[in-house]
Design a protein around this ligand. Sequence first.
Ligand SMILES: [Zn+2]
Ligand SMILES: [Zn+2]
Length: 638
Amino acid sequence: MPDPTPIHVRFPNGKEESVPSGILAGDALRHWDPSSHAAALAALWNGVPVDLATPLLTDGALAPLTFEDRAGRDILQHSSAHLVAKALVESVPEARPTHGPPTDDGFYYDFDVRPLTPADLDSVRTAMDRSIEAREPFVRRELSRTEAQKLFSQNPHKLRYISEVPEGEGVSVYDTGSFTDLCRGPHVPTTGWLRGVHILGFSAINPEDSSAPALQRIRGVGFPTRALLDTYLKMRTEAEARDHRMLGTKLELFTFIDEAPGFPIWLPNGMIVVHELEKFVREHLQAAGYSEIRTPLLFAQSVYETSGHWEHYREDMFLTEVEGRTFGWKPMNCPGSMLIFRSRARSYRELPMRLAEFAPLHRLEASGTLHGLTRVREFVQDDAHIFVTEEQVEPEIRVLLDWIQRAFATFRLEWSCELSTRPAKFLGEKETWDRAEATLERVLKGSGVKYRVSPGEGGFYAPKIDIHIRDSLGRPWQTGTIQLDYQMPIRFGLAYQGPDGQLHTPIVVHRTILGTWERFFGVLLEHVGGRLPPWLAPLQVRVIPVTDRHAPAALGLVEELRAQGLRADTVGTEDSLSKRVRNAEVSRLPYIVVLGDKEVADGTVALRARGTKESRSLSRPEFLAYVAGRVKAREFDP
Ligand SMILES: [Zn+2]
Ligand SMILES: [Zn+2]
């Protein structure tokens, strides 16, 4: 029964309205702006995603969540997972659903069921279409623990989830037609929203507890319309041809093995690229006044208690016991840099102090989320911590934005910034956060870069600017980040002596620009379709002799190129000339050089640069200068 006392609801444009208490979130949004309501699949109520059917009972802030928002996208993916579970249970009634989360590129649902067959998927698709046609609503119900246990008495997986719900907290379920699933929600209003759902496939999944039976995973992706799905499917075909995992194997750059899931194995060719990227970044560090450090990969638990990682990040860390003490593999470089700053008394004259570290970091990503180089458990960042005074924050961040602009231009990557503000769970005072957020926004505005604000998405210790790049298929990727931190220096008791002779706490800027070598390289590889710019290419020049007669000249040229610091090789003459040229093209080499009678006699080379059909004749000194010049300038094209 609606309470006659009105409540006050604030909307994104700052408009505040008085509405009857108990009004549904969806109705309040429609009332505020009928057009934005049409795109809303859920709502953000005081920063928390909720169903559109949620009654509003207090004053608060309300915003629509659409498929364009990350949270809205996740809700649609997860609702699609419910639909898959409903459809599978309809066709295979003994299937026990376990869980069905959204992922970076869609969703999955794991089932405790006999091995599935393609025919099962056909029935699932038919049942899904039926439900979508009927626009079945997702209806939330709150149950007591006992009621929930009774409802799911035949499903040990759901019983385990129920037992994990904290004491005193209610258990919620969602009904979709005749199907009921244990879930916190929220969901899209009806299955009519899932018109663009698509099943990608199924596979057996080994559970973490190896004695338990394998689960069957159905993977899919959801869109609010058929048209968006069709666009996606087209793009996916293109993306498959550029998949960095496929290119990594083909070009012998990196690999993975089952015995080290999520831990990249860099092959010699891949290491060349990593070293070139490091060199590129180190040149900037040197010019911008950074120092490089190296701190331990493992720290005792107490260090993470100080940094706050123990409280907020422990579940994502690899832990290890040594001589009765617990050590954690560092998931971030921050603690080491803090300890170095604290290692002796510091003066304001040493600030800004810029400490860079390229150490391997470890994060316990769930095995189901691992994906080639873009989601891994071990990685290296182009990481640095900058210790500054309040006045130095703005100029430092301005320099960083400038470096970002130059760095991404080198790779011809499109990029934009996202300012993420205070999350629900945060360290420190609200006022400090406000000040930090205001500073970041001022610098972003001043620098004229493209950015948008993501309320509530900041890290637990600091607001941040995330850097997103778009690859050549238009897909967004998060790479670098700039975080302004007032908390960790206090937690570590950092201080410097100011010009006033007093001790002050520095502010720390945590920043990575390219992000992790792994993800950046994976995205770059797909962006260029394996055609790395000459400066990054593991092999830059292949010299091909027409016959055995020309082999000594070819070897001589290779030696000359190597003496100039270029990466070159030659091949024997077992295969036909055209086959050797084709092989070099398939390997996406930037420069192919052919040496025959004419070239050896004239002291010239016939050069084929990647992307050109014709070869051109250059004298050997011209050729050497040309290639060395392109590589040194880090030109994007050969
Ligand atoms: Zn759900
Ligand atoms: Zn850090």
